[in-house]
Ligand binder design. Structure first.
Ligand code: PLP
Length: 371
């Protein structure tokens, strides 16, 4: 039996055709038309006016933080259970992440814990939708209104997902996406910022392009980055976005098959199929080992790799990151739910190219590992 990778993308639509167009016309840099087309298509997909394509999802967050003017002395409320990119952008800007514990069932930030953490220094709340279910957004939008806070939405795992029938990527001041190959749609490496605010859009466009000035190109009033997306990446993006609805359907179907095959195993917690406001999109199919399982995730993952099955651990909490501890950050933070998710959670192969037969194989072997 062949190795089943934790992720494999599907690239069998118009990807080759559009890439060939780039090569045939010589338009391969960020100046090409696919970039503009991809930006418009992504913005439309999430009911936003502007899309700004960038080189990955992490720098999209850097640009969003910078565009909002978040700086030294500011606080940004965010989940502790997420990828480093979210906290790194805040810390690099000189601001302080204020960390919120996770909900044990949805694995998203526990919305009820936010209000008590808002201080006069709070400037923004960063919403990060984790693994497949969106955060309960409405109460957060209300808090942002009440306290005059910006909202940054990291929708890197949520292309095509909705919250109460509104698209993820449409919430708050500014939203970001990633197109890394394990996301619902991919450009190899890539990211996008979307917003309705023309000033924020203009700031992000400038920040991604070294803050060149239109009239005095090599005279800089501000420091930006080179975060430009190439036309080659955008060509992939357009081809992938054409199929997003199909991909979302397929992911949901894969999640349902896993759940059906695993539901009787009492020693693991499976992803929640739906909430009042959304149906799981299963960006990745995560599992939590219950307390009675006598070994840890590392052991479970190692055993699965002996069956030639790829897995990944869950995120490691921000307050337990050595890099931040060395900076003296988060000394008194404790988030027991997220700490447990990080220690007991991992995910199984979830990429779009996964076949039903492979899902069956993973489930059979998982059962052997756990029972
Ligand atoms: C993947 C991801 C990112 C980072 O995107 P890259 O393109 O890999 O830099 C940011 N936030 C979340 C929630 C992600 O899942």
């Amino acid at each position: 039996m062949d190795f089943i990778p934790v992720n494999e993308p599907l690239l069998d639509g118009n990807e080759k055709k559009y890439l060939n167009q780039c090569i045939d016309t010589g338009w391969i840099s960020s100046e090409g038309n696919f970039v503009k087309q991809f930006e418009q298509m992504m913005a439309a997909k999430c009911d936003r006016k502007y899309g700004i394509a960038v080189s990955n999802g992490s720098v999209a967050i850097d640009a969003a933080i910078a565009a909002l003017g978040i700086t030294k002395g500011d606080e940004v409320i965010m989940p502790t259970f997420t990828i480093i990119s979210c906290a790194a952008a805040i810390v690099r800007a000189g601001a302080l992440p204020i960390l919120i514990d996770a909900d044990p069932i949805t694995w998203n930030m526990d919305v009820n814990q936010i209000e008590s953490k808002i201080t006069p220094r709070a400037k923004a709340i960063m919403i990060v939708h984790i693994y497949g279910l969106p955060v309960d957004v409405d109460p957060i939008l209300e808090l942002a209104d009440k306290y005059g806070l910006f909202i940054i939405e990291d929708a890197a795992e949520m292309h095509g997902q909705t919250y109460k029938d509104r698209p993820c990527g449409s919430f708050g001041d500014i939203s970001t996406f990633s197109f890394y190959p394990n996301k619902h749609i991919t450009t190899g490496e890539g990211g996008m910022i979307v917003t309705n605010d023309p000033k924020l859009a203009e700031r992000c466009q400038s920040l991604r392009n070294l803050c060149f000035q239109p009239h005095k190109r090599f005279v800089h009033e501000e420091l930006g980055w080179n975060m430009r997306m190439s036309n080659l990446q955008a060509a992939l993006g357009v081809a992938q976005l054409e199929r997003l609805d199909e991909f979302v359907k397929r992911k949901r179907q894969m999640g349902k098959i896993y759940t059906k095959l695993l539901t009787d195993i009492t020693t693991i917690q499976l992803p929640l199929a739906k909430t009042d406001y959304a149906e799981n999109i299963y960006w990745v199919y995560g599992l939590i080992l219950n307390d009675e399982v006598p070994f840890d995730t590392e052991t479970a993952m190692k055993k699965l790799s002996e069956y030639k099955i790829g897995t990944r651990p869950f995120f490691w909490c921000m307050h337990e990151q050595p890099v931040f501890q060395k900076m003296g950050l988060f000394e008194k933070v404790s988030c027991p739910v997220a700490e447990k998710l990080a220690r007991r959670g991992f995910y199984v192969p979830s990429g779009l190219a996964l076949t039903e037969e492979q899902i069956g194989q993973v489930s059979t072997n998982l059962r052997e590992v756990l029972l």
